[in-house]
Design a protein around this ligand. Structure first.
Ligand SMILES: [Zn+2]
Length: 900
C-alpha cells in the first residue's frame, strides 16, 4: 500500500545484481492459514566491493536467519516492509531463512494463495517475494529443489517445477514430495500447487525419441472438459518442433486449472498454472471462441518454455522480449492450425481470418492505449508498478514488431535469426536489443546494404505512427508516382513534456498492390522489385516510388495483411472502397475496405449531418457491397462473418473527435437495423444455408464449422435487429434446441438485446437454472446482461447482490463489472455510470490491486470526450485519487490519467 508517492523505476538505472545464487532449496509446510517456508540459498559474491545483500520480501513474518549455520540477531540485518538487507563478510556462504505467510488471507492472488480448497502460486512479476525473501528479479537464475509437506487427505497432489524426486507419507497424517528442476530459472518462474485434482495425461515421444508425460490437472468433476486442452498441448509440442525446431526439454509438462487467477495463464517451468477459463471446454459449456482461445493460450504458455524460460528477460523493461515474441508465435500456431490440410486459397483465407481477429484486438486495446495517458514504448523506459505494464503495447504491438522482422527477413531468414538468438543466449537473461542483434546479423547477409538500425526505434517510441499516401497518375507517361509520408504525434505525457518533439522516422515495411478500374491486379515494378504485392521499405519521413507501364489510374490496395502497426491516411472515394471490398485479391485489405466504408457510414450517422443524402448513398453502397460479398461463393463463411461484423464501439471511439459515445452507440444500432432490413432476404438465405451445412454433424470446434456457426449467428442477429417477423421466435427456438454453447449463446444474445422483458426474463432464468453449477458458464450469464444495451447501473447493482456474484473471483468481477464499464457504451457513459466505476475501482483495490488497476483504465480516453462527460469523469478520477490507502498499482494509473 502506498504511504507517500511511489518511486519511479528507470530502465537506465539497471545494475547487475552483485551476487550469484546458484542453488535454492525450499521446504514448505503447507496449510491455508499459515504456511512455513524454509529457504536455503547458496550465495556467491560477484561484485568485488562490499555491496550489501538486499533481498525482497512482502507480507512475510520472519522466524530466523542463519549464515553458514550461525543464527543472526536483529542488529545483524535491516528489515522493513519490502526489503531484508544483510552484510555478509564472506565471498561465498549458505543463507537460511525461515518465515511464514498466510495463503488464505492473500486476496491479491500474487505469491502463495488459496483458491477453492487448493493452494496455488503466481510469481510473475514480483510475487515470489510474498513467499520468501529473495533477489526477486529475472536476471538472478538458480537451480531449485523444492520439498512440499501437507495433509495427505486435503492435498493428495503436491506439485512443483521439474522432475519428481521422491514422494513419501509422514507419520502425522501428512505426506511430502520433493521436486528438482534441472534448468536454472529466475524466481518468477517458480510454482507450486497443492490440492485434490483429476488428471488427464498422455505420454508422447518427442522428435529425438524421448518420452515425455503431458498432464492436465483440474478440480474433481471437471475431467470430461480437459480433452481439448490436452490435445492442444500435444499439438503445441509438435508445432514448435516442426516450425521452430524447438523440442520439449522436460520429462514432464503439467498444466493445472485454477478458478481464481489474475491473468490468462502462467508459464512456470514445467508447471503451467492456468485460469480455468483457458483449460476447460466441451461442446455443452464452451463456445467456439473459447475453444480457440484455449488453443491459443495453451500454445502461448508452452512456447514460453523456450522464448521466456530458456532465454529470459534481463529486467522487466524487456518484458516484450518474451511476450511480443511469444504472442507472435502463438498467432502463427493458431493460423497454422486453422489452415492445416486446406488447399492454398482456402488456407490463405483461413490465415487471414486469424489475422483480422488479431488486428482487431490490436486496434481495440492497443491503439487507444497508445493515444492515452498510459502510452509507452514496447520497451518502456520507466514504471512505478510493473504489474501495470502487462499491456497491449508490450504484448500485441510487441508481436507486430516481431512480425515486421519476420516480413523483412522472410520465414527462412527469421528462423535463421531465431537459431542465432538461441546460439548466442540460451540459458541467459537478455534484452530486446540482443534479440534484434541476432536478427540483424542474418538480415545484413540476406539484404546487403540494409540493416535494422532504424528499425530498433520501434522498441523506443510510443504512439501509433500515421502513414499518409499520395498517388499521382500521369496518363501520358503511363506511370504512377507514389509518395509515402510518416509521422508520429506526441502522445500521453509527451504532450505536456515536449509537445514539439519531432520523433525520428521508423522503418516501416509497407505492403501494397494496385488494382485496375475493373478490380484486376496490376503487375508492379520498382526499385528492382516485381510482383502484384510489393513490400516497400519506408525508412525516411517522406519517400517516393515510381511505377511504370500503368495506363489507367489504379486504385491502391494499401498496407496489405496489415504489414505494420500504423494508421494509413488516403482519401478513397466510397466507390473505390466498395471496389476493393468486392474485388481486392488480397483478403485482408479486402476486409479492411469494407470496414472503412462501414466506419464512414457510422461516423457520419453519429455526427450532426447524419441524415444527409451523402450518408444515405454511402449506406446504400455498403448494403449493396455486402449483398455481393454474401453471394461470393469463393469466400469462406468465417471470412464473411468477419466482413459482416460492424467495427466495434471501442475502435470507432478512437476515430471520433471529440468522442461522443452515446451518439455512436445510437448510430451503430441504427446501421445494424438498416442493414438487417435492407438485406433481409440475404440474412434469411445465409441463415438457412448455414443451418443446412451444419445439419446432422456432431459439434466440432474446427475452424470451418466454427465459421459456419459464426455466419449463421451473425445472420440471426441482423434478422432480430430488423424485427423481421418470426426472427425472435427463431432465436428462442435456437436457444432451446441448441446442442452446443455457441448456438445457445447465438440464440440468447439477440433475445437479451431485443426481446420483450418477459421473454428475456424467461430465457435468462432458464439459462441460470440449467448452468448454475458451472462457474465459467455463469460468467457468460453475467457478461451477457452486463453488455445488453438496455442494462443500467441499477441493473448491475442488482446483479452484484445476486448470491452467485463475488468481487473476489477475478473472472466473476470481469464478467459483470468490467464488461459493463468497458463494453456497455449505452449504460456506463453517464454520471451514475462513472460514479459506479469509481466505487468499484476503490472496492477492488482493497481486495486485489492488480485487478483494480485494470478497471481503473476504463476511461483512459476521458480527456478526449465531449466536455460534459469529461468533467463528470474527472470528478471521479479525483475522488479515487483522494483515497488515503490507494495501492501503488491504482495510484500510478489514476495519477497519470489526471496529468492530461
Ligand atoms: Zn506470455
Amino acid at each position: 500500500m502506498r504511504t507517500d508517492t511511489a518511486p519511479t523505476i528507470l530502465r537506465q538505472d539497471y545494475l547487475p545484481y552483485p551476487f550469484r545464487i546458484p542453488t535454492v532449496d525450499l521446504a514448505f509446510d503447507l496449510a491455508p492459514d499459515l504456511t512455513q517456508v524454509h529457504s536455503r540459498l547458496t550465495v556467491e559474491r560477484i561484485h568485488p566491493e562490499a555491496a550489501p545483500l538486499v533481498l525482497n520480501g512482502e507480507a512475510l513474518s520472519l522466524i530466523s536467519i542463519r549464515i553458514d549455520g550461525r543464527l543472526l540477531s536483529p542488529e545483524d540485518y535491516q528489515l522493513d516492509d519490502h526489503q531484508l538487507t544483510l552484510h555478509p563478510d564472506k565471498p561465498a556462504f549458505t543463507l537460511e531463512i525461515i518465515s511464514t505467510c498466510r495463503p488464505a488471507e492473500n486476496t491479491s492472488l500474487m505469491g502463495l494463495y488459496q483458491s477453492g480448497h487448493s493452494l496455488f502460486t503466481q510469481c510473475e512479476a514480483e510475487g515470489f517475494r510474498r513467499i520468501t525473501w529473495f533477489a526477486d528479479r529475472p536476471d538472478v537464475m538458480s537451480r531449485y529443489t523444492v520439498t512440499l509437506r501437507a495433509d495427505k487427505t486435503q492435498f493428495p497432489h503436491l506439485l512443483s517445477n521439474g522432475n519428481l524426486l521422491q514422494e513419501q507419507p509422514l507419520s502425522d497424517g501428512r505426506h511430502e514430495a520433493t521436486w528438482e528442476d534441472p534448468h536454472p530459472k529466475p524466481s518468477y518462474l517458480f510454482a507450486l500447487v497443492a490440492g485434490d485434482f483429476d488428471c488427464r495425461e498422455k505420454t508422447i515421444t518427442t522428435r529425438s525419441g524421448r518420452q515425455a508425460l503431458l498432464q492436465v490437472y483440474c478440480d474433481k468433476g471437471d475431467y470430461p472438459r480437459t480433452a481439448w486442452a490436452l490435445d492442444c498441448l500435444e499439438r503445441s509440442v509438435l508445432w514448435d518442433e516442426s516450425r521452430f525446431n524447438l523440442e520439449l526439454d522436460l520429462d514432464r509438462f503439467m498444466i493445472v486449472a485454477a478458478r481464481d487467477f489474475n491473468m490468462g495463464a502462467m508459464e512456470n517451468k514445467g508447471l503451467n498454472i492456468f485460469n480455468s477459463a483457458y483449460v476447460l471446454a466441451d461442446a455443452q459449456t464452451a463456445t467456439d471462441a473459447s475453444f480457440e482461445a484455449i488453443e491459443s493460450v495453451i500454445g502461448h504458455e508452452y512456447f514460453h518454455n523456450w522464448t521466456g524460460n530458456r532465454i529470459t528477460c534481463r529486467d522487466w523493461f524487456q518484458l516484450s522480449l518474451k511476450e511480443g515474441l511469444t504472442v507472435f508465435r502463438d498467432q502463427e500456431f493458431s493460423a497454422d492450425m486453422m489452415a492445416r490440410g486446406l488447399p492454398d486459397n482456402a488456407a490463405l483465407s483461413a490465415r487471414t481470418v486469424k489475422r483480422i481477429d488479431d488486428v482487431t484486438a490490436l486496434r481495440t486495446a492497443q491503439f487507444p492505449e497508445d493515444a492515452g495517458p498510459m502510452a509507452h514504448p514496447v520497451r518502456p523506459d520507466s514504471y512505478q508498478e510493473i504489474g501495470n505494464f502487462y499491456t497491449a503495447t508490450v504484448y500485441e504491438k510487441g508481436a507486430e514488431v516481431i512480425r515486421m522482422q519476420h516480413t523483412l527477413l522472410g520465414e527462412s531468414g527469421f528462423q535463421a535469426g531465431m537459431a542465432e538468438y538461441f546460439r548466442r543466449h540460451d540459458g541467459q537473461a537478455v534484452t530486446c536489443d540482443d534479440f534484434v542483434n541476432a536478427m540483424d546479423s542474418v538480415y545484413r547477409q540476406l539484404a546487403p546494404g540494409k540493416d535494422l538500425t532504424t528499425f530498433r526505434r520501434w522498441y523506443a517510441q510510443a504512439g501509433t505512427p500515421r502513414v499518409s499516401v499520395d498517388l499521382k497518375h500521369d496518363a501520358q507517361a503511363a506511370q504512377c508516382v507514389l509518395t509515402l509520408s510518416q509521422r508520429c504525434d506526441p502522445v500521453g505525457v509527451e504532450k505536456l513534456q515536449n509537445p514539439a518533439v519531432a520523433k525520428p522516422p521508423l522503418h516501416i515495411p509497407f505492403a501494397l498492390g494496385l488494382l485496375g478500374a475493373d478490380g484486376s491486379p496490376v503487375l508492379l515494378e520498382t526499385d528492382g522489385l516485381k510482383g502484384e504485392t510489393l513490400v516497400l521499405d519506408l525508412t525516411q519521413t517522406t519517400q517516393t516510388w515510381v511505377f511504370k507501364n500503368i495506363a489507367q489510374r489504379p486504385v491502391p490496395s494499401l498496407l496489405r495483411n496489415f504489414s505494420a502497426p500504423v494508421i494509413v491516411e488516403y482519401n478513397y472515394t466510397d466507390e473505390e472502397l466498395a471496389l476493393l471490398a468486392r474485388k481486392d485479391p488480397e483478403p485482408f485489405s479486402r476486409w479492411e475496405a469494407g470496414q472503412s466504408l462501414a466506419t464512414r457510414c457510422l461516423l457520419a450517422m453519429a455526427s450532426k449531418q447524419g441524415q444527409s443524402n451523402t450518408t444515405k448513398a454511402a449506406t446504400d453502397l455498403l448494403a449493396a457491397t455486402w449483398a455481393d460479398i454474401a453471394n461470393d461463393a469463393s469466400l469462406s463463411p468465417a471470412y464473411k462473418a468477419r466482413v459482416f461484423s460492424l467495427p466495434s464501439e471501442r475502435v470507432l471511439l478512437e476515430k471520433m473527435s471529440p468522442i461522443d459515445p452515446p451518439a455512436l452507440a445510437q448510430a451503430r444500432r441504427a446501421l445494424r437495423q438498416y442493414l438487417g432490413e435492407t438485406l433481409q432476404d440475404t440474412w434469411q438465405t445465409l441463415y438457412d444455408n448455414m443451418c443446412a451445412a451444419l445439419d446432422g454433424q456432431d459439434y466440432r470446434p474446427d475452424a470451418a464449422s466454427a465459421g459456419a456457426r459464426a455466419l449463421k449467428n451473425s445472420a440471426l442477429t441482423y434478422l432480430v435487429a430488423a424485427t423481421v417477423t418470426g426472427a425472435l421466435a427463431r432465436a428462442e427456438r435456437q436457444y432451446y434446441d441448441a446442442d452446443n454453447m455457441t448456438d445457445r449463446m447465438g440464440g440468447l444474445t439477440p433475445l437479451v438485446n431485443h426481446a420483450p422483458d418477459d421473454v428475456k426474463a424467461r430465457v435468462l432464468a432458464h439459462f441460470y437454472d440449467q448452468w448454475q453449477a458451472n462457474p465459467l458458464v455463469i460468467d457468460r450469464w453475467f457478461a451477457l446482461q452486463a453488455t445488453a444495451s438496455s442494462t443500467t447501473v441499477a441493473d448491475i447493482q442488482a446483479l452484484m447482490a445476486h448470491p452467485a456474484f463475488t468481487l473476489r473471483n477475478p473472472n466473476r468481477a470481469r464478467s459483470l463489472v468490467f464488461q459493463f464499464c468497458l463494453n456497455n457504451i449505452q449504460g456506463v457513459y453517464c454520471e451514475a455510470g462513472y460514479a459506479f466505476w469509481a466505487e468499484q475501482v476503490i472496492a477492488l483495490d482493497q481486495i486485489n490491486p492488480e485487478i483494480a488497476a485494470r478497471l481503473a483504465r476504463a476511461f483512459d480516453h476521458w480527456a478526449r470526450l465531449v466536455p460534459k462527460e469529461r468533467q463528470a469523469i474527472k470528478l471521479q478520477l479525483e475522488k479515487i485519487m483522494q483515497r488515503p490507502s490507494l495501492s501503488r498499482n491504482v495510484y500510478e494509473i489514476i495519477s497519470k490519467a489526471l496529468t492530461l
